[in-house]
Design a protein around this ligand. Sequence first.
Ligand SMILES: C[S@@+](CC[C@H](N)C(=O)[O-])C[C@H]1O[C@@H](n2cnc3c(N)ncnc32)[C@H](O)[C@@H]1O
Length: 270
Amino acid sequence: MILNLKHCRVLVALALGLIASGAHAVPGEQQTPEATFRTTPPWVDPHAQAAVEPHRPLYETRAIHDQNGTGKFYMGREIAQVMGPGGIPWLDRPERDDQEKPSIVLDALKLRGGETVVDLGAGSGYFTFRIAPRVGRAGKVLAVEIQDEMLQAIRQRAQALKVTNVEAVKGSETDPNLPAKAVDLVLMVDVYHELAYPFEVMTKIREALKPGGRVVFVEYRKEDPDVPIKLVHKMSVEQVKREMKAVGLAHLQTLETLPLQHILVFEKPQ
Ligand SMILES: C[S@@+](CC[C@H](N)C(=O)[O-])C[C@H]1O[C@@H](n2cnc3c(N)ncnc32)[C@H](O)[C@@H]1O
């Protein structure tokens, strides 16, 4: 085949694009947990690891991907970019109550006084401070975040509202820093799809749950093209179920009682 000047320009542009897409790789890629994961650190359940895809790396970086994604894929789906503190006004927008009906989520949790609840990826605490009165003084809410600005917003809010049963916890991308076998319920609202290391975080969460403890996800419906949210920020029921099976969490129920989001409930087997 004879290549003319136009063809050559296209080929050079494609090659440059592929090189540039390497910018999505984490700096010091060889040192990242997924690299060491292949040597199976002690906290990884080998049964769960095998359930993901035996003998293959957990994560894959692709050059061609959604512009709102990270280019990093887990079990066939692209991990979304993390919402920064610039998103706080959106998380706390006054119309959110009307659009997302948080009271339906809170009722679905069936919380009891004295329980320890984790609001993982708590943001500025939109759900944290709605959960706190439901577990009462004998209970507590651990609001886990990786971003200092979010933790600061939560601490300020706790102080302003004189709420004493909320604790802000700094997590890392791979470890939410939770006590072992001490948690009754973990709630993740609009968070799971942006975890950079979903397998590692969910494995840690399973360790933190009491036997019979629950994990509840609230995720925008990927199955519904009319839900006005960017694609990588949505999750399908089938995908969440597949990913939880990989970490040994059992599906209890899926509720479709919210206007835009699924409520998915899982349990740590007894
Ligand atoms: C879209 S916000 C949702 C905040 C809150 N759940 C709400 O509904 O208002 C997602 C949050 O998850 C946090 N996040 C992302 N990865 C995390 C991780 N590995 N551990 C803890 N928080 C994380 C982000 O910092 C961000 O604040």
